[in-house]
Design a binder for this molecule. Structure first.
Ligand code: HEC
Length: 261
């Protein structure tokens, strides 16, 4: 376990950055001095958090354009990968303070920059591949929703980088999103109404040489179309609604980042 002194130092270091950090990293499994260097842990925590925010931003952009995608009267939606990227850059900037277009000069570790670029590129490829789907005329709801986008992006990104991204919840619609033990514990904490908003949970496991991070998601009005009330009634995707209310925790994005020597 980490001493209180070290915890305080970590917290001070973490909050000194430009990104709001609310949770110190806990090092489990062995004494901190035997684990990865502190600097590495801090950089990895920042990286994992930024990746979660970027995936979340992409999901948000898809959600904001849902009515456009599902307009049966319109063929070409002009939602090209470039249009998507522009919106993604804006949303990510407002959430993280980082301008993806100025990444080259940003004060971030090289690996962080590479991973952010890789995630943008996976996201754009998913939008590019979805063009025939999105532009189909005469069809209303097409099923290109945040969760589907997120799952496709995550699988592409993992393939190209070895970093795992996953959308999960305590009760999942898709069995492949079901939480593992670490994710379940974090989700239970997020589900507590007194849990601080947007506070991530992260952990370094020396044994598996990974940093894990859970980034909580909250139900917006748009999410409630499918995940809201009345509980049990089918939404337009054919799944029973979860009965979530506005602002309630709606699951999380899970990041598993391998530690590099
Ligand atoms: C159009 C309906 C719809 C909307 C809107 C929607 N979801 Fe979902 N959501 C789904 C479906 C369907 C799945 C399962 C997708 C799959 O098969 O992988 C899902 C899956 C998820 C998952 C993964 C866990 C699971 O149940 O498999 C999370 C987390 C999630 N949604 C959160 C949200 C949040 C947060 C929002 C709003 C920002 C949102 N959803 C908006 C339909 C929707």
């Amino acid at each position: 376990m980490m001493s209180h002194g070290l915890r305080r130092v970590l917290l001070a270091l973490l909050t000194a950055g430009s990104i709001a950090v609310s949770e110190p990293v806990s090092v489990q499994g062995r004494p901190p001095e035997a684990g990865p260097p502190l600097q590495t842990i801090l950089e990895m925590e920042t990286t994992a958090r930024l990746l979660a925010i970027l995936l979340h931003s992409g999901r948000y952009v898809i959600n904001e354009n849902q009515d456009l995608f599902d307009d049966p009267d319109k063929g070409d939606k002009r939602f090209t990968p470039e249009v998507f990227e522009q919106q993604l850059v804006e949303v990510f900037h407002s959430r993280s303070g980082i301008d993806l277009q100025e990444l080259a000069t940003a004060r971030l570790p090289q690996r962080t920059k590479e991973l952010l670029r890789a995630l943008v590129s996976s996201s754009k490829r998913v939008v590019a591949e979805a063009q025939p789907e999105i532009n189909r005329k005469g069809v209303g709801f097409k099923g290109f929703i945040p969760a589907v986008f997120g799952a496709r992006v995550a699988s592409r990104f993992t393939e190209s980088t070895g970093v795992r991204l996953k959308q999960t919840a305590l009760v999942t619609r898709n069995p492949s999103n079901a939480p593992d033990a670490f994710e379940k514990k974090a989700l239970q904490e997020f589900a507590d109404p007194s849990y601080p908003r947007e506070k991530v949970i992260s952990e370094v496991t020396a044994a598996s040489r990974t940093l894990r991070l859970m980034f909580p998601l909250y139900a917006t009005r748009r999410c409630l179309d499918c995940h809201g009330e009345p509980k049990g009634e089918l939404d337009k995707t054919g799944h029973p609604r979860e009965g979530l209310r506005l602002g309630q925790n709606a699951g999380a994005i899970s990041v598993v980042l391998p530690i590099r020597k």
